[in-house]
Design a protein around this ligand. Structure first.
Ligand SMILES: Nc1ncnc2c1ncn2[C@@H]1O[C@H](COP(=O)(O)OP(=O)(O)OP(=O)(O)O)[C@@H](O)[C@H]1O
Ligand SMILES: [Mg+2]
Length: 254
């Protein structure tokens, strides 16, 4: 099992990149895969054409509230991690022929949900073992850098935009990932659709992480997002998709 995590500043194209990676794995018949939307705004689901409510599913946050808080006592009977695990399988996991999906949901309040968090992490660790790839889409803020969901990560992809702040972001993201004891193998730079490709080499030298190339700016993709169409349905000739495929090919994933 490999865990891939996308991070980056707001609006750099993290969720689109995550969806396009999923498309590439699906098209190359690499399954099963699990997509995790860790952003409270839940854009990834939309980009995959998923309506959780309509499918009768809940976010993990909602399941935690209904399992541990609304239903009262937390210590009776089955251990918390097993309890939430069973609930996630039943109510949180959206299944489709090509991939599974879970949404983490609203922000956690530190301190208040401490025990459920530990339970959730344990549950997700055993849940995710069955997948070939687990791909996590992060919110723009760095504070939570997925430590509750994933502590063992293979690759972190930091999506860069054209701003100077993007560089500061990379340094901070790397530092935070170390601080929250996330174990990760690789920290990569990816040029987002607004990133000037000529700055790739420079970013690599200054930041001292490998630069994997750029996601092409693509009107068709933007239109799909605007129309709420699934990015999985983009034609295989789509420019942005091809650039993401190339990035994965260079890493040996395709
Ligand atoms: N390759 C691309 N070409 C053109 N437009 C793009 C591309 N990728 C993303 N966009 C557009 O940029 C906007 C932000 O994209 P996306 O939601 O993927 O970014 P994000 O980093 O996940 O944002 P957030 O920080 O809000 O989660 C969307 O309107 C999307 O259509
Ligand atoms: Mg996003």
């Amino acid at each position: 099992m490999k865990t891939l995590v996308t991070v980056g500043r707001g609006g750099t194209g993290k969720s689109s990149f995550t969806a396009l990676m999923a498309k590439a794995f699906i098209e190359s018949k690499q399954s099963p895969i699990l997509l995790v939307d860790a952003d409270p705004d839940q854009n990834l689901g939309e980009m995959l054409g998923i309506d959780l409510k309509e499918a009768g599913k809940s976010t993990i946050a909602d399941l935690i509230v209904s399992t541990f808080i609304e239903s009262g006592g937390t210590t009776v009977g089955i251990p918390p991690s097993q309890r939430i695990e069973a609930r996630i399988w039943e109510k949180g996991l959206y299944e489709s022929p090509n991939f599974d999906f879970i949404a983490v949901g609203t922000k956690w309040v530190e301190g208040c949900y401490c025990m459920p968090n530990t339970a959730l992490k344990g549950a997700l660790e055993s849940l995710t073992k069955t997948y070939k790839y687990v791909i996590v889409d992060s919110p723009a803020g760095l504070e939570n850098l997925n430590r509750r969901i994933t502590s063992n990560v293979n690759d972190i992809f930091d999506i860069l935009d054209h701003s100077k702040k993007s560089q500061d972001h990379v340094r901070r993201a790397h530092k935070i990932a170390k601080e929250v004891d996330m174990q990760f193998e690789n920290f990569y730079l990816v040029g987002g659709y607004r990133f000037p490709s000529e700055l790739g080499k420079k970013a690599e030298e200054e930041l001292n992480f490998k630069y994997l190339g750029k996601i092409e700016a693509d009107e068709q993709l933007d239109q799909y997002v605007l129309d709420g169409e699934s990015l999985l349905e983009l034609p295989n000739t789509n420019k942005a998709y091809i650039s993401v495929q190339n990035i994965l090919k260079n890493l040996g994933y395709l």
